[in-house]
Design a protein around this ligand. Structure first.
Ligand code: DAT
Ligand code: MG
Length: 139
């Protein structure tokens, strides 16, 4: 199961700017099926837990503050080769390097405000998906 699913969330600035529709349209047009989706907001502590792997990085505090600054839209997505194909669809972490046609090229504002998250492995996709969704929310 994990091999055909990934986890994503639309970041606060993109939700605040009314890009939920534009971003989910790009996701569906690229062949992903939305398995689970909701709108919610993280506390700084919850954002810290979600991004715990980055806790030694210099931008960790800024990242947790930004990710808890407003509502987000987490989703579980399904597609063959989901993790790698979704990383390609979102584009580079730094929007200055994001390729044409990617979600970050269109919607990212900066390295921190880069519109969207995408899991980096099948293992993390499963962990991150279950951070937000229980089994009865995944269809
Ligand atoms: P990605 O989101 O592409 O997987 P990452 O896992 O390396 O990138 O970092 C997680 C998030 O942290 C990233 O989406 C934006 C933020 N970030 C990364 N590097 C940063 C930096 N040098 N300055 C500010 N924010 C950064
Ligand atoms: Mg990452």
């Amino acid at each position: 199961m994990a091999t055909n699913r990934t986890f994503t969330m639309i970041k606060p600035h993109a939700v605040a700017d009314n890009h939920i529709g534009g971003i989910t349209a790009m996701i569906e047009a690229a062949g992903f099926r939305i398995v689970a989706m909701k709108k919610t907001q993280l506390s700084a502590a919850q954002a810290g837990k979600f991004y715990e792997v980055h806790k030694e990085r210099p931008f960790y505090g800024e990242l947790c503050e930004m990710m808890s600054s407003g509502p987000i839209v987490p989703m579980i997505l399904e597609k063959e080769n989901a993790v790698a194909d979704f990383r390609a669809l979102i584009g580079a972490t730094n929007p200055a390097n994001a390729e044409e046609g990617t979600i970050r090229k269109k919607y990212a504002k900066s390295m921190g405000e880069n519109a969207i998250h995408g899991s980096d492995s099948d293992e993390n996709a499963a962990i991150e998906g279950s951070f937000f969704f229980g089994a009865i929310e995944q269809y």
